[in-house]
Write a protein that binds this ligand. Structure first.
Ligand code: HAM
Length: 417
């Protein structure tokens, strides 16, 4: 019996992989303009890192991490997200000793043992950005401008940015208490998960998709009424800068995130076309976290964007089709040798060119050219080689064909395709 991939973990292949390349290339270009440098951190970290940062009572830490004891007895986990590892690297490598803010992005796989469904995998990939060493609202606004710009550069229109402030250690406890008191009166309507969360993490109830919990949360106290003056001012400044930059967004006081480290600004980008797993990106500010991980008392803000979900939103488009510019069809030993040399020269000149590795009939070769979606085919047989003229066929224009002299074919093709 053949061995299959682990449930919820997928192979990404052509033509789909072309979308991924387009997304990554676009993201790298956008992140570069906004001053971000790439950082690559390990996919394995000490379990403690995630417990301390994401939070002990979150779904991720309670039930979704791939955790194991390595042979030396250390408890390790596959990273369920990128922020914790980036911050660990920031502290460990003393990047904070250099003047900030530090803008870092990373692209790679994350692992969460969730129930797989459309847009939800157990190995998924994030484009993740962090701005470290700055507490001011300007970097929050900048990050949102960048996210908005990225979504537009990818050609995504039906995506809405949703913004909230979760307050800070000054003002959140009073909100938490008020919310908890409100929800306790409706505990019977909550799903079993939320009944458990009620005491330890009542904010999560606001985020629960279960119908009973949504009903129970109607009329619940709002964080907006509980923000301290400093948090209210921070949010007002972020909003002012977003307005100035022309970024559209919606305020949602019920937006809470699934990770415990957030304070103040939190946001998500929600897609209209994705069904239940509609968040293409999520992020926010996490002042205090760098210090909790052994670094200085500095602020930070960031977001993670799901590559699989972005790919689901991208329709078919010639921009990420990986089609050969030319297929060289050769018949007979002499023509094949000539075609081989021409093909390699064109490839070294930067063109995607194909030829058949085996000696096949013209019909078989043209079928292959068609299947690959080649835009043009160059046909060379013994007769063409003797005459010094090949036939160049335009595969799109109903097979229109014209002669192409073999002498100077390389230069002519390089100009043409
Ligand atoms: P998150 O909301 O857990 O935040 O994940 C960010 C994005 O990753 C989601 O919006 C979604 O697009 C994608 N994602 C999450 N889980 C899955 C899954 N199982 N399958 C497919 N895609 C998924 C974070 O991870 C934070 N670290 C973001 C952040 C960075 N906050 C500050 N800095």
């Amino acid at each position: 019996m053949s061995v299959q991939a682990v449930r919820g973990m997928k192979d990404v292949m052509a033509p789909e992989v072309g979308k991924w390349q387009f997304i990554e290339a676009t993201a790298r270009r956008v992140f570069d303009c906004f001053g971000f440098d790439e950082i690559k951190t390990p996919v394995l970290e000490k379990t403690e890192l995630f417990v301390r940062s994401i939070g002990e009572t979150t779904d991720i830490v309670e039930k979704e991490m791939y955790t194991f004891a390595d042979r030396g007895g250390d408890m390790l986990s596959l990273r369920p997200e990128a922020t914790a590892g980036v911050l660990r690297a920031y502290v460990e490598n003393k990047l904070h000793a250099q003047p900030g803010p530090h803008r870092l992005f990373t692209i790679g796989p994350m692992f969460r043992r969730e129930r797989p469904q459309k847009g939800r995998l157990r190995q998924f990939h994030q484009l993740n950005c962090e701005v470290l060493g700055d507490e001011g609202p300007l970097v929050d606004a900048e990050l949102l401008v960048m996210l908005d710009h990225l979504l537009k550069e990818l050609g995504l229109r039906n995506v809405e940015i949703v913004l909230n402030s979760l307050g800070c250690p000054e003002c959140r406890p009073a909100f938490r208490q008020a919310l908890s008191a409100f929800l306790r009166g409706r505990a019977g309507e909550l799903c079993p998960d939320c009944q458990r969360r009620l005491e330890r993490n009542p904010l999560r109830v606001l985020d629960c998709k279960a119908e009973g919990c949504r009903q129970a949360a109607q009329g619940a106290p709002s964080i907006a009424e509980h923000l301290c003056p400093a948090c209210a001012d921070h949010l007002a400044q972020v909003r002012g800068m977003l307005a100035a930059a022309g970024v559209q967004y919606k305020i949602d006081p019920k937006l809470v995130r699934g990770l415990d480290y957030y304070v103040r600004t939190t946001f998500e980008a929600l897609a209209g076309d994705l069904g239940a797993q509609n968040a293409v990106a999520g992020g926010g500010r996490y002042d205090g976290l760098i210090q909790a991980l052994g670094g200085p008392a500095e602020g930070g803000v960031g977001f993670g964007c799901g590559l699989e979900r972005l790919a689901l939103l991208l329709a078919d488009d010639p921009r990420w089709r990986r089609e050969p510019a030319l297929f060289v069809a050769a018949l007979g030993a002499g023509p094949r040798a000539w075609a081989f040399e021409l093909t390699q020269r064109l490839r070294r000149a930067g063109l995607r060119v194909e030829m058949m590795s085996q000696d096949k009939s013209l019909k078989a070769q043209m079928r292959r050219a068609d299947k690959l979606g080649a835009r043009r085919a160059l046909i060379v047989g013994e007769q063409e080689l003797a005459d010094g003229v090949a036939q160049l066929k335009d595969m799109a224009a109903a097979g229109r064909q014209e002669p192409l002299p073999l002498d100077g074919a390389f230069e002519a093709l390089r100009k043409l395709i």
